[in-house]
Design a protein. Structure first.
Length: 275
Protein backbone atom coordinates (compact mmCIF):
# COMPACT_ATOMS: atom_id res chain seq x y z
CA UNK A 1 0.00 0.00 0.00
CA UNK A 2 1.26 3.47 -0.89
CA UNK A 3 -0.14 6.92 -0.13
CA UNK A 4 -0.22 7.77 -3.84
CA UNK A 5 -2.74 4.96 -4.40
CA UNK A 6 -5.32 6.36 -1.97
CA UNK A 7 -8.62 7.02 -3.72
CA UNK A 8 -7.75 4.77 -6.66
CA UNK A 9 -10.57 2.51 -7.83
CA UNK A 10 -9.00 -0.37 -5.90
CA UNK A 11 -9.76 1.48 -2.66
CA UNK A 12 -13.41 1.74 -3.64
CA UNK A 13 -13.77 -2.03 -3.77
CA UNK A 14 -11.47 -2.59 -0.79
CA UNK A 15 -13.32 -0.30 1.58
CA UNK A 16 -16.67 -1.21 0.06
CA UNK A 17 -16.01 -4.87 0.89
CA UNK A 18 -14.79 -4.12 4.42
CA UNK A 19 -17.85 -1.97 5.12
CA UNK A 20 -20.09 -4.91 4.20
CA UNK A 21 -18.08 -7.37 6.28
CA UNK A 22 -18.03 -5.09 9.31
CA UNK A 23 -21.77 -4.50 9.25
CA UNK A 24 -21.72 -0.85 8.19
CA UNK A 25 -24.47 -1.57 5.66
CA UNK A 26 -27.91 -2.27 7.10
CA UNK A 27 -28.33 -5.16 4.66
CA UNK A 28 -25.64 -7.17 6.41
CA UNK A 29 -27.35 -7.37 9.80
CA UNK A 30 -27.18 -5.80 13.24
CA UNK A 31 -23.91 -7.36 14.44
CA UNK A 32 -20.80 -5.24 13.89
CA UNK A 33 -17.33 -6.73 13.92
CA UNK A 34 -14.03 -5.21 15.03
CA UNK A 35 -11.28 -4.79 12.43
CA UNK A 36 -7.48 -4.92 12.34
CA UNK A 37 -5.70 -3.62 9.22
CA UNK A 38 -2.08 -4.18 8.23
CA UNK A 39 -1.41 -1.92 5.26
CA UNK A 40 1.93 -3.46 4.18
CA UNK A 41 2.94 0.13 3.46
CA UNK A 42 5.91 0.92 1.25
CA UNK A 43 7.30 4.36 0.47
CA UNK A 44 6.17 6.29 -2.60
CA UNK A 45 9.75 6.11 -3.88
CA UNK A 46 9.78 2.29 -3.99
CA UNK A 47 8.53 2.21 -7.60
CA UNK A 48 10.20 4.08 -10.50
CA UNK A 49 8.89 7.61 -11.25
CA UNK A 50 7.31 6.47 -14.54
CA UNK A 51 5.02 4.09 -12.67
CA UNK A 52 1.48 5.34 -13.31
CA UNK A 53 -0.27 3.34 -10.60
CA UNK A 54 -2.74 5.32 -8.54
CA UNK A 55 -4.20 7.21 -11.49
CA UNK A 56 -7.39 5.17 -11.85
CA UNK A 57 -9.73 7.88 -10.55
CA UNK A 58 -12.05 8.19 -13.56
CA UNK A 59 -14.72 6.39 -11.53
CA UNK A 60 -14.84 9.51 -9.31
CA UNK A 61 -15.49 11.78 -12.27
CA UNK A 62 -11.89 13.02 -11.99
CA UNK A 63 -8.67 12.77 -13.98
CA UNK A 64 -5.00 13.15 -13.02
CA UNK A 65 -3.34 15.18 -15.79
CA UNK A 66 0.12 15.05 -14.21
CA UNK A 67 2.11 16.84 -11.52
CA UNK A 68 -0.69 16.20 -9.07
CA UNK A 69 -3.26 18.22 -11.02
CA UNK A 70 -6.79 16.83 -10.71
CA UNK A 71 -9.52 18.00 -13.08
CA UNK A 72 -13.19 17.15 -13.56
CA UNK A 73 -13.72 14.30 -15.99
CA UNK A 74 -16.69 12.31 -17.26
CA UNK A 75 -17.43 9.40 -14.92
CA UNK A 76 -16.72 6.55 -17.32
CA UNK A 77 -16.89 3.79 -14.72
CA UNK A 78 -20.34 4.79 -13.34
CA UNK A 79 -19.95 2.91 -10.07
CA UNK A 80 -21.08 5.55 -7.58
CA UNK A 81 -24.38 3.72 -7.01
CA UNK A 82 -22.60 0.77 -5.37
CA UNK A 83 -21.71 2.75 -2.22
CA UNK A 84 -22.64 6.44 -2.63
CA UNK A 85 -21.36 7.54 0.79
CA UNK A 86 -17.96 5.92 0.27
CA UNK A 87 -17.76 7.24 -3.30
CA UNK A 88 -18.25 10.82 -2.11
CA UNK A 89 -15.69 10.44 0.69
CA UNK A 90 -13.01 9.14 -1.68
CA UNK A 91 -13.81 11.80 -4.27
CA UNK A 92 -13.38 14.53 -1.64
CA UNK A 93 -10.05 13.04 -0.52
CA UNK A 94 -8.67 13.07 -4.08
CA UNK A 95 -10.04 16.54 -4.88
CA UNK A 96 -8.56 18.01 -1.70
CA UNK A 97 -5.16 16.42 -2.31
CA UNK A 98 -5.26 14.45 0.97
CA UNK A 99 -4.27 11.10 -0.53
CA UNK A 100 -3.02 9.57 2.71
CA UNK A 101 -3.59 6.16 4.30
CA UNK A 102 -4.94 8.02 7.33
CA UNK A 103 -7.96 9.06 5.22
CA UNK A 104 -8.89 5.42 4.66
CA UNK A 105 -8.47 4.74 8.36
CA UNK A 106 -10.82 7.58 9.28
CA UNK A 107 -13.49 6.19 6.93
CA UNK A 108 -13.26 2.72 8.46
CA UNK A 109 -13.27 4.10 12.02
CA UNK A 110 -16.56 5.96 11.57
CA UNK A 111 -18.71 3.17 12.98
CA UNK A 112 -16.41 0.33 14.02
CA UNK A 113 -13.67 -0.53 16.49
CA UNK A 114 -10.49 -0.60 14.41
CA UNK A 115 -6.75 -1.06 14.88
CA UNK A 116 -4.15 -0.24 12.24
CA UNK A 117 -0.52 -0.96 11.49
CA UNK A 118 0.88 1.43 8.90
CA UNK A 119 4.60 1.11 9.61
CA UNK A 120 6.53 0.70 6.35
CA UNK A 121 7.71 -2.75 5.34
CA UNK A 122 11.54 -2.80 5.65
CA UNK A 123 13.37 -1.89 2.43
CA UNK A 124 16.99 -1.98 3.66
CA UNK A 125 19.50 -2.53 0.83
CA UNK A 126 21.28 -5.25 2.81
CA UNK A 127 19.08 -8.38 2.55
CA UNK A 128 20.30 -9.79 5.87
CA UNK A 129 19.30 -6.64 7.74
CA UNK A 130 16.09 -6.48 5.74
CA UNK A 131 15.04 -10.00 6.83
CA UNK A 132 15.80 -9.25 10.46
CA UNK A 133 13.87 -5.99 10.30
CA UNK A 134 10.99 -7.74 8.54
CA UNK A 135 10.68 -10.25 11.38
CA UNK A 136 10.48 -7.40 13.88
CA UNK A 137 7.99 -5.54 11.66
CA UNK A 138 5.78 -8.67 11.63
CA UNK A 139 5.95 -9.01 15.41
CA UNK A 140 4.86 -5.40 15.86
CA UNK A 141 2.13 -5.70 13.22
CA UNK A 142 0.55 -8.79 14.79
CA UNK A 143 0.69 -7.11 18.20
CA UNK A 144 -0.94 -3.95 16.80
CA UNK A 145 -3.87 -5.52 14.94
CA UNK A 146 -4.34 -8.91 16.59
CA UNK A 147 -7.31 -10.16 18.57
CA UNK A 148 -9.85 -8.45 16.33
CA UNK A 149 -12.83 -10.23 14.77
CA UNK A 150 -11.54 -9.59 11.24
CA UNK A 151 -8.08 -8.81 9.89
CA UNK A 152 -7.29 -7.23 6.53
CA UNK A 153 -3.85 -7.41 4.87
CA UNK A 154 -3.15 -4.98 2.03
CA UNK A 155 0.12 -5.53 0.14
CA UNK A 156 0.63 -3.99 -3.31
CA UNK A 157 0.96 -7.39 -5.01
CA UNK A 158 -0.57 -10.01 -2.73
CA UNK A 159 0.60 -13.41 -1.52
CA UNK A 160 4.20 -14.18 -2.51
CA UNK A 161 4.70 -17.12 -4.83
CA UNK A 162 6.29 -20.25 -3.40
CA UNK A 163 9.37 -19.46 -5.50
CA UNK A 164 9.90 -15.96 -4.10
CA UNK A 165 12.70 -15.67 -1.56
CA UNK A 166 12.32 -13.74 1.65
CA UNK A 167 15.61 -11.98 0.78
CA UNK A 168 14.17 -10.51 -2.45
CA UNK A 169 13.82 -6.72 -2.45
CA UNK A 170 10.39 -6.91 -4.12
CA UNK A 171 9.04 -9.11 -1.33
CA UNK A 172 8.24 -5.82 0.42
CA UNK A 173 5.13 -5.71 -1.79
CA UNK A 174 4.00 -9.24 -0.87
CA UNK A 175 2.66 -11.27 2.05
CA UNK A 176 4.89 -14.20 2.94
CA UNK A 177 3.17 -17.53 3.69
CA UNK A 178 4.42 -17.64 7.28
CA UNK A 179 3.14 -14.08 7.79
CA UNK A 180 -0.31 -15.11 6.58
CA UNK A 181 -0.23 -17.96 9.06
CA UNK A 182 0.81 -15.63 11.91
CA UNK A 183 -1.98 -13.18 11.15
CA UNK A 184 -4.56 -15.97 10.88
CA UNK A 185 -3.60 -17.10 14.38
CA UNK A 186 -4.28 -13.56 15.61
CA UNK A 187 -7.79 -13.34 14.12
CA UNK A 188 -10.80 -14.71 15.97
CA UNK A 189 -13.17 -15.17 13.01
CA UNK A 190 -11.72 -14.19 9.64
CA UNK A 191 -8.96 -12.70 7.55
CA UNK A 192 -9.11 -10.97 4.15
CA UNK A 193 -6.12 -10.23 1.97
CA UNK A 194 -5.56 -8.49 -1.35
CA UNK A 195 -3.95 -10.32 -4.27
CA UNK A 196 -3.07 -8.81 -7.65
CA UNK A 197 -3.68 -11.07 -10.65
CA UNK A 198 -1.00 -11.20 -13.35
CA UNK A 199 -1.01 -12.01 -17.05
CA UNK A 200 0.96 -15.28 -16.96
CA UNK A 201 -2.15 -17.49 -16.74
CA UNK A 202 -5.90 -17.02 -17.24
CA UNK A 203 -7.33 -15.37 -14.15
CA UNK A 204 -9.67 -18.26 -13.43
CA UNK A 205 -6.71 -20.65 -13.37
CA UNK A 206 -4.73 -18.31 -11.11
CA UNK A 207 -7.60 -18.29 -8.64
CA UNK A 208 -7.94 -22.08 -8.77
CA UNK A 209 -4.24 -22.49 -7.97
CA UNK A 210 -4.45 -19.98 -5.15
CA UNK A 211 -7.42 -21.82 -3.64
CA UNK A 212 -5.55 -25.12 -3.90
CA UNK A 213 -2.52 -23.64 -2.20
CA UNK A 214 -4.54 -22.21 0.67
CA UNK A 215 -6.71 -25.27 1.26
CA UNK A 216 -3.63 -27.52 1.34
CA UNK A 217 -1.89 -25.26 3.85
CA UNK A 218 -1.95 -25.33 7.67
CA UNK A 219 -5.07 -23.12 7.59
CA UNK A 220 -7.15 -26.20 6.77
CA UNK A 221 -6.18 -27.74 10.10
CA UNK A 222 -7.84 -24.85 11.89
CA UNK A 223 -10.98 -25.21 9.74
CA UNK A 224 -10.48 -22.12 7.63
CA UNK A 225 -12.81 -21.90 4.62
CA UNK A 226 -11.56 -20.07 1.52
CA UNK A 227 -13.78 -17.67 -0.46
CA UNK A 228 -12.74 -15.19 -3.14
CA UNK A 229 -13.91 -12.56 -5.56
CA UNK A 230 -12.27 -10.51 -8.31
CA UNK A 231 -12.81 -6.79 -8.84
CA UNK A 232 -12.14 -6.35 -12.54
CA UNK A 233 -12.11 -2.70 -13.52
CA UNK A 234 -8.85 -1.51 -15.11
CA UNK A 235 -6.69 -4.28 -13.57
CA UNK A 236 -7.93 -7.40 -11.80
CA UNK A 237 -7.77 -7.34 -8.01
CA UNK A 238 -8.63 -10.43 -6.02
CA UNK A 239 -9.84 -10.42 -2.42
CA UNK A 240 -9.56 -13.68 -0.51
CA UNK A 241 -11.46 -14.40 2.68
CA UNK A 242 -10.30 -17.03 5.16
CA UNK A 243 -13.27 -17.55 7.48
CA UNK A 244 -13.60 -19.78 10.51
CA UNK A 245 -16.31 -22.28 9.63
CA UNK A 246 -16.32 -23.66 13.19
CA UNK A 247 -17.83 -20.53 14.79
CA UNK A 248 -20.87 -18.41 14.10
CA UNK A 249 -19.00 -15.15 13.43
CA UNK A 250 -16.84 -16.84 10.81
CA UNK A 251 -19.89 -18.20 9.05
CA UNK A 252 -21.49 -14.75 9.21
CA UNK A 253 -18.41 -13.18 7.58
CA UNK A 254 -18.65 -15.70 4.75
CA UNK A 255 -22.35 -14.88 4.29
CA UNK A 256 -21.60 -11.14 4.11
CA UNK A 257 -18.72 -11.74 1.68
CA UNK A 258 -21.07 -13.63 -0.66
CA UNK A 259 -23.74 -10.94 -0.27
CA UNK A 260 -21.24 -8.22 -1.20
CA UNK A 261 -20.15 -10.16 -4.30
CA UNK A 262 -23.78 -10.53 -5.35
CA UNK A 263 -24.54 -6.82 -4.85
CA UNK A 264 -21.39 -5.62 -6.63
CA UNK A 265 -21.39 -8.15 -9.47
CA UNK A 266 -21.33 -7.24 -13.14
CA UNK A 267 -22.81 -5.87 -15.34
CA UNK A 268 -23.86 -2.96 -13.09
CA UNK A 269 -20.88 -3.46 -10.78
CA UNK A 270 -17.38 -4.79 -11.20
CA UNK A 271 -17.12 -8.11 -9.31
CA UNK A 272 -16.77 -11.69 -10.52
CA UNK A 273 -16.43 -14.93 -8.59
CA UNK A 274 -13.86 -17.07 -10.44
CA UNK A 275 -13.25 -19.95 -8.00
Amino acid sequence: MQNKYVGDIGDYCKLGLLRWLLGTHSETGQCKFSLGVCWYAVTNTFDPPQNRDGRHIDYLGLKNIGDGQIVEHMDSAQLSHLDPALWHQLRQAVLSGTRQIAVLESILEESNACRFHSGSVPENADWRIRISERNEWLRQAVYSVGNQDLLFLDPDNGLASERMRASSRTVAKHILADELSAFSEASSSGLVFYHHLGQHLPHKRQMELLHERLTNSPFDRRRWEVSSLVFNRYSCRAFILLSRCDNGDGRELKRRFELFADQWKRPEGAVQVLA
